[in-house]
Design a protein around this ligand. Structure first.
Ligand SMILES: NC(=O)c1ccc[n+]([C@@H]2O[C@H](COP(=O)([O-])OP(=O)(O)OC[C@H]3O[C@@H](n4cnc5c(N)ncnc54)[C@H](O)[C@@H]3O)[C@@H](O)[C@H]2O)c1
Length: 332
């Protein structure tokens, strides 16, 4: 049984808490938030002890794993400090996305985990679905062949525009991670961005071209100017032996082998399928715990979270300079 704690008691912290409560391998013993009333209410709801700063939490609790579910600018500027403190204390950390909105901080976080030899994962939950597992299995079994292209889209509605880069930095760690999951490292990017009518600040829609290190090509459409009433995500992976499409994160996988006229369709079932988007958190967190317990390298590691963020920063440079930009590669 692993003793776990949560730092940051917002809505996303609550989803993590429910996952730990439902996981037979974990006991949620403590929560931490500098907003005392929030920490107290959260601790009461989940039967855990409340702390109001990370030093006290680490001093008084014997923890094996910590979720960092803080937020901040571009939903990531508050992740750095608690993550560094927890890694320094040799606790396994699962940090929310983006790893950080500041690339230097993101690099420092990954370097710290490596130096301390502590498991460090990012909640890149969009790839933790049965549909993605099945397509990955087809890839591992050689059915997909060589990946030739990936077409990805992630779109919904968010009228807020807290910063000019909020859309790409806060949301697209997810889409880029799914692309990297199937295509591997991304080497070069070229990005065009626009603001929807009425937008004052944020680049709310973009088109991002990519070249993978393997030579495969990719494209990502991102938008916060669409709708929640329709599918929010689509991933199409074209291989030399077949083509797979994951519709709407987990709803359906279509598989079209190149040498057969029949198509396989795997629907999300009402019995035993995923009941809600939050199930992606359950699957991701359960995998994190399983791998921490087994002492295995983590799926969706800090280094992978950093790699996605490096792509985002290169896309921003490309948009600003009108250039094709190299993506700094992460040493594993
Ligand atoms: N994976 C997903 O699908 C998904 C979806 C939405 C949001 N998120 C991410 O989840 C994270 C949390 O989002 P939220 O909406 O719950 O945030 P929130 O702002 O509601 O809550 C964050 C909490 O962290 C606390 N906090 C900040 N710094 C702290 C520190 N050093 N010590 C203790 N407490 C601290 C704040 O007081 C606040 O209560 C963000 O990073 C966001 O990007 C992930």
């Amino acid at each position: 049984m692993l003793k776990v704690a949560i730092i940051g008691t917002g809505n996303i912290g609550k989803i993590h808490a429910r996952c730990y409560q439902n996981n037979p391998q974990t006991e949620l013993v403590a929560v931490c938030d500098m907003a005392r009333d929030k920490a107290d209410a959260f601790a009461h709801q989940f039967g855990a002890k409340a702390y109001y700063n990370v030093e006290d939490l680490l001093k008084h609790e014997d923890l094996q794993a910590i979720s960092v579910t803080t937020a901040g600018v571009e939903n990531g500027s508050h992740h750095f400090e608690p993550t560094m403190q927890a890694l320094e204390a040799r606790k396994a950390v699962l940090c929310e996305k983006p790893i950080s909105n500041d690339i230097e901080q993101a690099r420092a976080m990954v370097a710290k985990a490596k130096a301390m030899q502590v498991p460090f994962g990012i909640n890149l939950n969009h790839r933790f679905t049965p549909a993605a597992d099945r397509l990955r299995q087809l890839q591992n079994d050689g059915e997909l062949g060589d990946v030739l292209f990936i077409n990805m889209a992630l779109w919904f509605n968010n009228p807020n525009e807290p910063t000019i880069w909020h859309h790409i930095r806060a949301l697209h760690p997810h889409s880029i991670d799914v692309m990297r999951y199937f295509g591997g490292d991304i080497k070069r990017v070229q990005c065009f961005m626009e603001k929807a009518p009425g937008r004052q600040k944020m680049w709310s829609t973009f088109s991002l071209n990519m070249q993978f290190a393997s030579g495969a090509v990719g494209h990502l459409t991102g938008s916060m100017d669409m709708s929640w009433n329709h599918p929010i995500e689509r991933c199409e992976v074209g291989g030399s032996k077949g083509r797979g499409i994951i519709e709407n994160v987990y709803q359906r996988l279509e598989w079209m082998p190149r040498d057969k006229p029949e198509k396989m369709v795997l629907e999300n079932g009402i019995m035993g399928g995923m009941s809600h988007f939050d199930d992606t958190f359950t699957r991701r967190i359960n995998k994190f715990i399983e791998q921490v317990e087994a002492g295995e390298p983590l799926d969706a590691s800090g280094a992978e979270g950093l790699a996605a963020q490096e792509v985002i920063e290169a896309a921003i440079r490309s948009h600003e300079n009108g250039t094709v930009e190299e993506v700094p590669q992460i040493t594993k």
